[in-house]
Design a protein around this ligand. Structure first.
Ligand code: GRG
Length: 337
């Protein structure tokens, strides 16, 4: 029997991090309003800004973006009726962009610039009787939204405003016999959703519910001969899975289960030598999403050129320490059980 494995050949040329080029690439993000890409990515702008702000902060270059412009942008995107936050002024609010906005303001230490009580109400109203969360008023359910809900509320210190036991039961109902998690019950395991569920269980202090060895083994099987990681069996590797897989392994204390050296080579091969930034795979065009997740993974691997990143929140660890989220969370969960 022959097995076909989807993989790529990587160029071994780039061995170091093109630090200055990445700083330039990220600080130019969204500056040229005449670019086709600027308009095509309007629907995810709030997350784009979170990816850029986080990446620059990890590089110690946060002052390369104008803080006041970013904060003004975020404030304009809060819906005065629902309290949720949109990707862009004039768009519908969504829990994905609500989390990104809260992460940005938390990094800038100015959460009081928005109506945080309204954000908490928005998130709470999205919870359903089975514990799951809608992404917005249109009613899609996905474990990504469960993660966004608890991450947002944890940052705002308001986890006690939702039905946590039911939220946990829903996420656990999305686990599969292979140890992984999907977007809803009986959906295929996917590394992105594994991150959401492991992050969710970490925030809610329920990591003991995981079959860690089985799940970590499934995650290790994502590593291909090129060193890159895919999101599910038979798929091509992609730099973003370096984050989703590695962060999940880190939370479970099993980062050493994959080859860090080969993964690092793969990630570095996805840098654009001319413009800076990272692409999904060697030779493709870079974008801000893959740039954050490439840098985030290198930080998890211990790069001494980057600040330490928190594997659960994907924010600089110093920010998490400053607000002491995880300690506060343990207290909330202890009192709540
Ligand atoms: C704060 C870091 C952070 C995240 C917020 C939105 C979110 C929470 C996480 C996203 C997780 C993720 C990437 C989920 C993947 C969803 C999915 C099923 C993607 C399938 O995409 P394909 O089919 O990709 O294009 P593959 O690689 O499977 O071919």
């Amino acid at each position: 029997m022959t097995f076909v494995m989807n993989d790529v050949k990587i160029s071994p040329d780039t061995k170091s991090l093109l630090f200055e080029k990445h700083v330039e690439y990220i600080s130019n993000y969204g500056k040229d309003k005449n670019e086709y890409e600027y308009h095509m990515t309007e629907f995810l702008r709030m997350s784009g800004i979170y990816w850029g702000v986080t990446a620059l902060d990890l590089m110690g270059e946060l002052d390369k973006i104008d803080r006041d412009t970013v904060v003004e942008f975020v404030k304009k995107c809060q819906c005065p009726v629902s309290g949720g936050i949109a990707a862009c002024d004039g768009h519908d609010p969504h829990i994905l962009y609500t989390l990104s906005a809260v992460q940005i303001l938390c990094i800038y230490d100015c959460l009081s610039e928005i109506d945080t009580d309204a954000v908490v109400r928005y998130v709470g109203n999205l919870q359903q009787p089975d514990g799951s969360f809608f992404g917005d008023k249109w009613g899609e359910v996905d474990t990504r939204f469960s993660f966004c809900a608890v991450a947002t509320l944890a940052i705002l210190n308001k986890l006690d405003t939702i039905d946590l036991p039911k939220a946990v039961d829903f996420v656990m109902s999305c686990s599969n016999p292979d140890g992984g998690f999907g977007s809803k019950p009986n959906a295929e395991s996917h590394a992105g959703l594994v991150y959401c569920c492991v992050g969710f269980l970490s925030i809610t202090n329920q990591l003991h519910r995981l079959e860690c060895d089985k799940l970590a083994w499934w995650l290790c099987e994502r590593q291909l001969p090129s060193g890159g990681l895919n999101g599910r069996p038979e798929k091509l590797p992609d730099v973003c899975y370096s984050w989703w897989v590695l962060a999940s392994l880190t939370i479970m204390g099993r980062l050493h289960w994959i080859s860090a050296e080969k993964l690092q080579q793969f990630i570095l091969s996805c840098q654009d030598n001319e413009t800076g930034g990272f692409s999904d795979r060697t030779g493709n065009l870079p974008d801000i999403f893959h740039t954050l997740f490439g840098l985030g993974a290198l930080s998890l691997l211990g790069s001494d050129q980057l600040k330490k990143v928190n594997p659960t929140f994907c924010m600089p660890e110093y920010v998490i320490q400053k607000f002491n989220f995880q300690k506060r969370l343990k207290i909330t969960m202890f009192l709540g059980t």
